[in-house]
Design a protein around this ligand. Structure first.
Ligand SMILES: [Zn+2]
Length: 387
């Protein structure tokens, strides 16, 4: 892509990526740094086929054909890349997000397509969640949804008796000062014991916690380097200039404004996606819109199907498929059993199928298949089991 000029506006995107070839070339650059990598086996040996439209894996145990969109969020959609690219720009550049209806109008696609594109693009708008937050970390929670007025009287009465936030979904926000934001769906009021798990997964033990006076965090504070809180109920907001939670509250107001202004009503099962989107936007706030667009396209690996999206799921759990018959032949139709990837007796990931596990880990499917069927103990240092 020696002719590529950094984009600054939507018009630049439309002009520069005017056909599928130009889009694909740019994706090869962004996804693989210019050097194609087989999404099935991870091999960097490849042959160019179909005039560069696709590649053939050079690993003789694989030899599969693939394109730059295989195993990515753009995989197997009949939406052209010339439509996907402006969509990515629109979604990533709007400060408060964009609704699927607006997106559909802007792109000239159906509402259903707009909705699907928005969710797929959201899927790769993630910041690296495996790094723990350090230094000073502000923590607070916010309650989303559960409007009383659309509810049956009996249900409303039951909720009033228990407490005002019982029908809402709690989102815990953690912000490293001068660093990254994390928003994690904690679920409804009855599942709040998992706060310690959320803290453990996101905050380094060396961190200094900064909270408001809510007692839920007090119980966990002793695990960390230190803890200070301001007492909002006593009108205290900043103490000694540094003890405050203004940063996380600012991030929450952005989150809430995008939910109220754009999304109106969010179903709890999709809430974690909106959290990610806010995180991503917040954590890339220093970037210019064009830069954010370019970086976003480096993250396209990993995908979500329409079927995954519409399925009913548990809160904050990725959509999975019901176990069926034992897997006997890899690649056979109708076999869709969720698979756990395990390391040191801990589940590190869950995939909807063996094929997905293979694409996402780069380990060849026959080896994963042998693992799940008990024919071998592990592959590439991982144990695989049917979920
Ligand atoms: Zn391969």
């Amino acid at each position: 892509m020696n002719t590529y000029k950094p984009v600054k506006t939507l018009t630049d995107v439309i002009r520069q990526f005017s056909d599928e070839d130009k889009c694909r070339q740019f994706l090869v650059q962004q996804r693989w740094n210019g050097c194609p990598e087989c999404p099935y086996c991870g091999s960097n040996k490849y042959y160019i086929i179909e005039n560069g439209k696709r590649f053939k894996c050079g690993n003789k145990e694989c030899y599969k054909k693939y394109s730059v969109t295989t195993g990515s969020v753009f995989h197997a959609s009949n939406i052209p890349l010339t439509t996907w690219f402006p969509a990515v720009y629109l979604i990533t550049s709007h400060k408060k997000g964009i609704s699927s209806i607006q997106l559909a109008k802007d792109l000239g696609v159906t509402q259903k397509t707009g909705w699907f594109m928005l969710h797929r693009i959201r899927e790769f708008l993630k910041t690296n969640g495996s790094l723990l937050l350090k230094n000073t970390v502000e923590i607070d929670e916010v309650f989303i949804g559960g409007k009383m007025k659309n509810m049956q009287t009996s249900k409303r009465r039951a909720i009033r008796e228990v407490g005002k936030n019982v029908n809402k979904t709690m989102v815990i926000g953690m912000l490293e000062r001068e660093g990254d934001l994390r928003l994690v769906v904690s679920g409804q009021a009855d599942s709040r014991e998992n706060i310690s798990v959320i803290l453990e997964k996101n905050v380094d033990k060396s961190a200094f916690l900064m909270t408001d006076g809510t007692s839920v965090y007090m119980n966990h504070a002793s695990d960390y380097a230190g803890h200070q809180s301001v007492n909002h109920s006593a009108q205290e907001y900043v103490r000694n200039g540094v003890i405050h939670t203004n940063g996380i509250e600012g991030a929450f107001s952005l989150f809430k404004r995008s939910i109220i202004g754009i999304y109106h009503q969010i179903s709890p099962k999709h809430l974690f996606r909106y959290c990610r989107e806010t995180e991503y936007r917040y954590n890339t706030r220093e970037l210019k819109d064009g830069e954010r667009f370019e970086i976003s396209l480096t993250k396209i690996a990993g995908r979500l199907t329409y079927k995954d999206l519409i399925k009913k799921t548990e809160l904050s759990e990725l959509p999975m498929i019901r176990p069926q018959l034992p897997d006997l032949s890899v690649g056979a139709q109708g076999k869709m059993r969720a698979v756990y990837q395990i390391k040191n007796n801990k589940i590190v990931a869950k995939y909807s199928s063996l094929k997905e596990a293979s694409i996402m880990t780069g380990i060849i499917a026959p080896n994963i298949s042998k693992c799940v069927r008990g024919l071998r103990k592990s592959t590439k240092g991982f144990v695989f089991k049917y979920a």
